[in-house]
Design a protein around this ligand. Structure first.
Ligand code: CTP
Length: 410
């Protein structure tokens, strides 16, 4: 049984929060409801009081509310802060550290896990300001229950409807079960992420569609499990997860140097970056002027980082555990198997990039985990969940690598 603070903010979905409170209680949890001023315009505090059998917190300034500095007392006692529905305003306040009411003060004061279920008009949900705030929160480890799509209260049809109460309650149960573990405590993991940009001239480059989300999700999950994480990242719009050592690079050559300089002491290296295979042979120093005819740019092969990692002398003892990614459109497992051999890796995460719901620039992924002896299909799910499955497999390899071997010289 957990003590859950249920933050209810001012959206039409506030009525569904009543069902969420009831669902959590049915599962044996103790719920304390916190309503923002605008939430009380949609549902009366009495409804929550009757269900939770606790006084509902609606006002930071009510006489007596600060007698034991209530938001600090609750902040240290709760097992989870759940906000459903979470409006654009509350998400913005959380992302920017504003604390002008009880709920936003509680967010900054608590160290309990935080889960939010956004609900708003679909145009608002798609707005870059909201997207950025959500990215900030996700990078900070806040769990997001995605809104549903369909008919919205404002009459629009699109994404933004508060997730169904049952789904929110199930997400809470999953989160409570998967409390931060220390299964990677004492381990060091280097993760590469994002694309590389290969300059043609000072304003043009050859790049690719990788968003970096898979690598960043891996970094967040490895940190959650207690690992020391180095994130070597190409250009992305993402915020790095809190606690990672971040090394920003631009080109494949820079990524090669950054990774090879940091192999010492790594227990595992995950090459999730989409590294360019080719780079302009001679990038122009000045901006190239166009002519009438076609232009030919000679591209040279880049150095294969994963291939070079496979040749490290310490690999004879299986250190570091090496993971590569394969983006394929056909014969996914067969190509992954040959890549595994070619690069002397332990695990290849094979992506079918022909699917629109998996691979580049989406939040979900479906992969096959290919090792020398197995091929396991991981069905479509959030990249954070896929990251957890990949790290589970890495942990299996690490059983054979005592933590002290982390210091084996490469
Ligand atoms: N990789 C690397 N260094 C490169 C290129 C790729 O370390 N210069 C890594 C990627 O991070 C990924 C894996 O190698 O983990 C991808 O393998 P690669 O052989 O480059 O596959 P693709 O280029 O995707 O496919 P193909 O073999 O069809 O060219």
């Amino acid at each position: 049984m957990a003590l859950i603070a249920l933050g209810v903010t001012g959206g039409i979905g506030a009525y569904k929060a009543v069902e969420i409170a009831r669902g959590l209680q049915k599962n044996g949890h103790d719920v304390v409801a916190i309503m923002t001023r605008s939430a009380t315009q949609f549902v009366g505090p009495l409804t929550f009081e009757a269900i939770t059998r606790r006084e509902v917190i609606t006002d930071q300034w009510k006489p007596g509310a600060n007698a034991d500095i209530e938001h600090i007392a609750i902040a240290s006692n709760i097992d989870l802060l759940l906000v459903a529905p979470a409006t654009a305003n509350t998400i913005g306040k959380f992302a920017n550290g504003l604390a002008d009411d009880f709920l936003s003060s509680l967010y900054t004061a608590t160290r309990a896990p935080v889960m939010i279920a956004p609900a708003m008009n679909s145009n608002m949900f798609d707005h870059p300001a909201i997207a950025r705030n959500l990215e900030t929160l996700i990078a900070r480890g806040v769990h997001v229950v995605d809104p549903g799509s369909g008919y919205l209260a404002c009459g629009w049809i699109g994404k933004g409807r508060l997730a169904e109460p049952e789904d929110v309650v199930n997400s809470v149960e999953q989160l409570l079960k998967s409390k931060p573990s220390s299964s990677l405590a004492g381990r060091s993991i280097l993760i590469t992420a994002g694309p590389t940009f290969e300059d043609i001239d000072p304003v043009r480059f050859v790049g690719n569609r990788s968003s970096g989300r898979m690598g960043y999700a891996l970094a967040a999950e490895a940190l959650r499990r207690g690992a020391a994480v180095t994130l070597v990242t190409g250009p992305t719009h993402l915020n790095a997860p809190h606690g990672a050592t971040v090394v920003k690079i631009r080109s494949a050559a820079e990524m090669h140097a950054a990774v090879m300089d940091r192999t010492d002491g790594q227990d595992a290296i995950i090459m999730s970056a989409a590294v360019a295979d080719y780079s302009p042979a001679e990038p122009a120093k000045k901006k190239m002027k166009k002519g009438d005819g076609p232009v030919t740019i000679t591209l040279n092969r880049t150095k294969d980082i994963l291939g070079d990692l496979g040749k490290l002398p310490s690999r004879k003892q299986g250190v570091p555990v090496l993971v590569g990614f394969a983006a394929e459109t056909n014969d996914v497992t067969a190509y992954a198997k040959s890549k595994l051999k070619e690069k002397a890796a332990d695990l290849i995460v094979a992506n079918d990039v022909s699917r629109s719901d998996a691979g580049f620039d989406v939040d979900t992924n479906a992969v096959t985990l290919v090792t020398a002896s197995s091929a396991e299909d991981i069905p479509l799910q959030a990249k954070s969940a896929v990251a957890a499955r990949i790290l589970d497999r890495i942990e299996q390899f690490l059983i054979a690598v005592p933590a002290k071997n982390a210091k084996v010289k490469a």
